[in-house]
Design a protein around this ligand. Sequence first.
Ligand code: XMP
Length: 507
Amino acid sequence: MILVVDFGSQTAQLIERRLKDFGATTLFLPPENILEEIKKTKPDGIILTGGPASVYGQSSPTIDLKVFTLGIPILAICYGMQLMIYLLGGKVTSGKKEYGPSRLKVTNRHRLLQEVKAQSTVWMSHGDEVVALPNGFETLASTDHVEFACVADSNKKYFGMLFHPEVEHTEEGDRILRNFTKMTGTEINEKKIQIEPLIEQIRQRVGNEMVIGAVSGGVDSTVAAALTAKAIGKNFFPFYIENGLMREGTAESVRNIFKHVGVKVDIVRCEKEMMRRLKNVSDPERKRKIIGNFYIEMFEKEVKKLQLKGKKITYLLQGTIYSDVIESKGTKHASKIKSHHNVGGLPKNMKLKLLEPVKTFYKDEVRQIGRILGIPEEFVSKQPFPGPGFAVRIRGEVTNERLKKERVADRIVLEELEKAGLLSKIFISFPVMTGSDSTAVKGDGRFFGEVVALRVVESRDVMTSKWSHLPYDVLQSISSRIVNEVPGISRVVYDITTKPPATMEWE
Ligand code: XMP
């Protein structure tokens, strides 16, 4: 068993996920009382995760120094590394900050870096840096900015790395985690997702009670709904809320997919009321809360309607996935990034119990479950779309006019990417109505119009992403079409920021 000690990194759970992928048993715990937990659970290896704190912070999380006397191999990542080095007598400063990609150069062919390429891309997200190593430590790899990017005390099997091996954009991260896992004596066996236990869990939990389903037309809620339909059949009542903030054609696509799943879905239209509630609101978190609350309100109405027909609904199904939970502050030391409307935004007095069958899975795993369930590929590989929809892609107030612009621009982006055969490699693509204006000359007249930012990113598990290196001619056609076909747009700019530091969405 490998113990993952959580210092609150946004990607801490990904470490567990990677280890589970190659068959390791894991335990995920906060650092407090860790010594007793180690004595109780006797792990073969320990991983110290990253986290938002600095070792010099007054209330920063720490770990009992005795952990370093137990002879258990330790892999320490980012904040975990800084803490280990600091506690063992090295030096950490708030030096160079780095967020996003960096080039790792291996300088010492240690077992930890066996078969790792001599140079590879790693993903950094740190404010502090290690500047002096404790006795017994040596450097295994460096970057152009950081000498001690990967270090080891080989005798004790203590390893530190300033980059995040758990994120998909660290090219050799998986290999490094495997090498460490092997060094703990754990056998490597590839994991396969089984859907029968998931279906059985829903059956057990729900029994003969009835479930109402919050479906959005996206992969997560559809997969959650398909699992629930398999588990309880006619006791499941899915609804789709058409609040006007979704992509064109979503209602139709939902109808088709549920035909495939074998249950009838009800489409509830409430576009006008949604816009009324968003009037004069420009704060992103308020938008999310308003949309989330309205959503639940609509559901409660639907539940009442069903009750009048003699159906007693107890559960609300949601397609929450693991990254939603993490980003809405999933663990003790993590920072809150934003309220996902399906996690943080639910009203406190909600009367229905939540059913979230895919809550412990990452996006790519949810897609895999969808494939096992036989959901068509074009649907399974479809781009995710945020719950609050276009409202978080329109900076400032959402008006009918701006919504229309966003919808047309969004269709143009999708059409051009599809024409160029690029959709399958893209995780998410969209225009942002930035809310800032710039000058343009159209015809012979000068005018001041809105700037559209184009965001196109590649990612597998949502926690990190890189901007897509789109061919210039594709960028050109998207830009030309948007300024020509969408009224009131003055220019199009391309967002070339990785995640971290920038999130995929702008709000
Ligand atoms: P970020 O912007 O957090 O996006 O890098 C990661 C993924 O989450 C989606 N997203 C949301 N989904 N409610 C949702 O249901 C939200 O408030 C929200 N914000 C972002 C985003 O589209 C991307 O797939």
